[in-house]
Design a protein around this ligand. Structure first.
Ligand SMILES: *Cc1c(COP(=O)(O)O)cnc(C)c1O
Length: 474
C-alpha cells in the first residue's frame, strides 16, 4: 500500500468504488481486446481508444499532450483518495500524467507481447534514468550488517554511460561492488560471481557497440534459483525483435531515445517489469508491481521523470516500429555482407552474419515479431537489428581517415536513427572510461560503430565504399 493514514470517509469510498469499476473495465478491455491484437495494432493504438477519446479528449485521434503540471479535484474527498493513491490520479506530472500514461501502457504491452503474465512500465527522462531507476531499489539496505558490501553482476560489454554509472557512481562513490561478467555466454561465470550479498544480475544484449549476447533463459533461471532478478537492457533489439520478459527476464530497460524514437526527437526512457518478480528484498510492493512501485515512491522522490511532450513524440515513432526494424535489419545485413568482403575491413561484428560466433545463440532469440502473420513471410524469420560494428584495416589512423571521408552517413554519437549514423567509440562514447575500461569492454581504437537507417542500402554501401577507397589515397 502506498497511501498515508487518512481515514476513509464515505465520500472517498464513493470515488474509490467508481474508480474500481473503471479499473475493472480497463482490465477487461486489455484482456478481451488489446491482448488479442497483433503487435502492430498495439503499437498504433495502445490503450487509447475511440470511446476514451470522444468521452474525455474532444475526439482527438492522436493522444493529446497534457502540459498541465497538475490536476484539480472536485472536492476534498477526491483529493484525499487520489493523494493516498487509492484511485488513479494525474495529481502532479512528476508522478503521473495522461500523456506519459499512454506511452507507458504501449511499451508495457509491446514488451509483454507473447508473454502470458502481466507487465507494467514506468517512463523515465532518459535511458540512463531508466537504468538508475531499475537498479537502485535493489541496493537498499536490508540488514544492519556494517561488514556487508552489496554487489551485483553486469556484462562488461555495455553502453559507455552504463559502465560509468556502475563503475564510478555506484562502485567508487557508493561502495557497491560491480562484478563484471567477461564472458556472458558462460553461465558458470555468472554463477561463480553470485554470493549472499548479490542483489541483481544485469545484462545488455545485443550490446552496444560490440554485439555481445547471452542465453537469457539460462541466466534468468540461474538468477531465479538464487531469488534474484535479471535486468536486461534491450535498447538495441527493441520489442519488435526481442522481448526478454518472455524468456524469463524480470525487468527491461529501454533507452527509448534510440530506435523507439527513430526520428531523433529527444531523450526518453522506460522501465518495463513483469509483475511478481524475483528478489531477496523484503518489500511486497516492489515484488508485486515493480514499475508501479518505482513510479509511486522512488521516482516521486528523486524525480527522473519524462516530459509529456516527449512521451507523445516517442509514442508516435513507435507506431511503425516493426516494419522499420524489418527494413533496417535487412539493409544492415546487406551492408554487413558488403563490408565483410571489403579488403580494407579487418572484421565485421553483426549477429546476422552466419560466421559470427554468437549467430546461433542470437538466432534462438531474435525474431521479427509476427513474421508468421506477415503477407511477405508467412513464417518466422530472424532479424538482427540495425546496429553493427567493424574494424578498419590499418589501425586508428585509417579508421579516422575513413570516418572523415563519409559523405552521406552522419558522424555522430548516436544510434537508432532513421538516418544512417556512424561513430568511433574509442574517441566518443567510450572515451571517458579510459584504455583499461575499453580493453575490459573490448573496444579497439579502429572500431567503427554503424547504425544503418532507412535509406536504400545501395546508397549506404556506395558511401562506405567511397570512404574506404579514400583511406588509401594520400
Ligand atoms: C543510449 C543508450 C543508453 C542510455 O540512454 P540515454 O537515453 O542516452 O540516456 C543505455 N543503453 C544503451 C544500450 C544505449 O544505447
Amino acid at each position: 500500500m502506498y497511501g498515508g493514514d487518512v481515514p476513509i470517509t464515505p465520500g472517498m469510498r464513493r470515488y474509490i468504488e467508481k474508480n474500481d469499476e473503471y479499473l475493472a473495465r480497463r482490465s477487461r478491455y486489455i484482456r478481451d481486446v488489446v491482448k488479442k491484437w497483433r503487435f502492430d495494432t498495439i503499437a498504433v493504438h495502445g490503450l487509447y481508444s475511440v470511446e476514451e477519446a470522444i468521452e474525455d479528449y474532444q475526439g482527438a485521434i492522436i493522444e493529446p499532450v497534457f502540459l498541465s503540471a497538475s490536476q484539480a479535484y472536485r472536492d476534498s474527498d477526491e483529493m484525499a483518495a487520489a493523494l493516498a493513491y487509492l484511485i488513479p490520479t494525474w495529481c502532479y506530472s512528476r508522478i503521473a500524467n495522461p500523456s506519459t500514461y499512454y506511452y507507458e501502457w504501449t511499451l508495457a504491452l509491446l514488451e509483454g507481447y507473447g508473454f502470458d503474465g502481466e507487465t507494467s512500465a514506468c517512463s523515465t527522462s532518459s535511458g540512463m534514468a531508466a537504468i538508475m531507476t531499475a537498479v537502485q531499489p535493489f541496493l537498499m539496505h536490508i540488514r544492519h550488517d556494517p561488514g556487508e558490501r552489496r554487489n551485483f553482476l553486469a556484462t562488461a560489454q555495455c553502453y559507455g554511460g552504463t559502465f560509468q554509472q556502475f563503475n564510478v557512481r555506484l562502485a567508487q562513490e557508493r561502495d557497491v561492488e560491480c562484478r563484471w561478467i567477461q564472458d556472458p555466454t558462460s553461465v558458470d561465470e555468472w554463477a561463480s560471481k553470485i554470493d549472499e550479498n548479490t542483489r541483481f544480475l544485469y545484462g545488455e544484449l545485443p550490446s552496444n557497440p560490440q554485439q555481445g549476447f547471452f542465453d537469457i533463459r539460462a541466466v534468468a533461471d540461474l538468477a531465479h534459483s538464487r531469488n534474484l532478478p535479471l535486468i536486461v537492457d534491450s535498447t538495441v533489439a527493441t520489442p519488435a525483435l526481442l522481448r526478454p520478459i518472455q524468456h524469463g527476464a524480470d525487468i527491461v530497460v529501454q533507452s527509448a531515445t534510440k530506435t523507439l524514437t527513430s526520428s531523433g526527437f529527444g531523450i526518453c526512457g522506460a522501465v518495463i517489469a513483469r509483475k511478481g518478480l524475483a528478489t531477496s528484498i523484503p518489500n511486497e510492493d516492489l515484488k508485486k508491481d515493480f514499475a508501479l512501485y518505482i513510479k509511486y515512491l522512488p521516482n516521486r522522490d528523486y524525480g527522473p521523470n519524462l516530459h509529456p511532450m516527449q512521451a507523445i513524440l516517442t509514442l508516435n515513432d513507435m507506431r511503425t516500429l516493426r516494419s522499420k526494424m524489418d527494413l533496417m535489419s535487412r539493409s544492415t545485413m546487406a551492408v554487413a555482407e558488403f563490408l565483410q568482403r571489403h579488403p580494407m575491413v579487418e572484421s565485421v561484428e553483426y549477429l546476422g552474419l552466419p560466421n559470427h560466433p554468437l549467430h546461433d545463440l542470437a538466432s534462438r532469440y531474435m525474431w521479427l515479431v509476427d513474421a508468421e502473420h506477415d503477407e511477405l513471410y508467412r513464417k518466422p524469420v530472424n532479424r538482427y537489428g540495425h546496429l553493427m560494428s567493424f574494424c578498419v584495416r590499418g589501425g586508428a589512423e585509417h579508421a579516422r581517415k575513413f570516418f572523415d571521408g563519409l559523405q552521406r552517413i552522419w558522424r555522430a554519437t548516436d544510434l537508432g536513427r532513421i538516418k544512417s549514423v556512424a561513430t568511433i567509440p574509442a574517441i566518443s562514447t567510450h572515451q571517458q572510461q579510459g584504455e583499461e575500461g575499453r580493453k575490459l569492454a573490448g573496444i579497439p581504437p579502429n572500431l567503427v560503430r554503424l547504425c544503418v537507417g532507412a535509406e536504400h542500402p545501395d546508397d549506404v554501401i556506395a558511401d562506405l565504399d567511397q570512404a574506404l577507397a579514400g583511406v588509401k589515397r594520400k
